[in-house]
Design a protein around this ligand. Sequence first.
Ligand SMILES: C[S@@+](CC[C@H](N)C(=O)[O-])C[C@H]1O[C@@H](n2cnc3c(N)ncnc32)[C@H](O)[C@@H]1O
Length: 276
Amino acid sequence: MAAQQGDGSEDDATLSPVTAAILLPPTEHCLHSINSTVFIRQLPSQGLSFQLWPAATTFLTLLDDHRRNPSTGPLGPTLTALGSRRPPLKILELGSGTGLVGIAAAVTLGVSVTVTDLPHVIPNLSFNVKANAAVLAANGGVVHVAALRWGEAEDVEVIGREFDLIVASDVVYHDHLYDPLLKTLRLLITGGEEAEEEGRVFVMAHLRRWKKDSAFFKKARKLFEVEVLHVDPPCHGSRVGVTVYRFAGKKSSKKLLKANNANANANANANAIAIA
Ligand SMILES: C[S@@+](CC[C@H](N)C(=O)[O-])C[C@H]1O[C@@H](n2cnc3c(N)ncnc32)[C@H](O)[C@@H]1O
C-alpha cells in the first residue's frame, strides 16, 4: 500500500500547483448497461484516498450488471428488497476516496447517494461529482458530498441515519481503523429500533491483502450477520479476488423475545381450542 491513512499524515497536503502539474488524465469507467461513462480524477501523489482501489471497480461492474438484469446477479436480492420497501432508495458511501462507487450507484440506480470521506479528501470528491453532473442528471441520480470521520458519533448525527443502504469499497486495511469503522456501522445499521425495523444493510467490496483483515471480520460477525454475496476470480498475481460482503443487523434479543411470545400465545390458543 502506497501510504498510511486515517491518521491525517501525508494525505493532509492541499492541492499545490506542483501536484496540479502532474495530474493524471481522468480515468474513464464505462457503464455498458446505460451506454454511459463516468470520469474519475485521481491524484496519486496526494495519497491513497486519491487513488482508485480494485474493489471499487468490482462494485461498479456489479452495479452495471444489476442495471442490465436486476433479477440475476449478487446485488439483486438486496437492492430489490430495499427498493421495494421504501422507495426511493437512499444510499450512503463510507470512505469514498475518488467517489467512483457512489457516483456509479447514483447513475445506475437513479437514486440519491451521499459520498463521504475525511475532510481533506472532500475537494477531489466534489470535483469528481461535478465532473459527472451530466451523466448523473441524464440518469436521475443525485450525489451529495459530506465529511464523515469513522468512529465520530457527531458526524453520523449531522449526516442523519435515514439511509437504507450503506456501501464501501476497500475500507478494511489499517487495523487501527477497524473499531472506528465498526462503530460508525453500528450507529448507521443498528442505531435505534427504527434501523432494526427497517433492515438497513451494509454492502462492502473488499480485497483481502493481509491475514490481519480476518480480525476485522471476527469483530464484525459479533455485531452483524455477515454474508458473502460475490467473489471475483483472483486478480493477476494474487491468490484472492475481490469479495463482496453484506452486513445486516442481528435479530435483537427483544425481537426474538417478541417472536417467542407470539409463538407461545399461538400454542396456548391452539391448546385451549383443542380442550374446548
Ligand atoms: C483504500 S482507500 C479506498 C477508497 C475508495 N473507496 C476506493 O475503493 O477506491 C480507503 C478510504 O477510506 C478513507 N478513510 C480512511 N480513514 C478514514 C476515517 N477515519 N474516516 C473516514 N474515511 C476514512 C480514506 O480517506 C480513503 O478514501
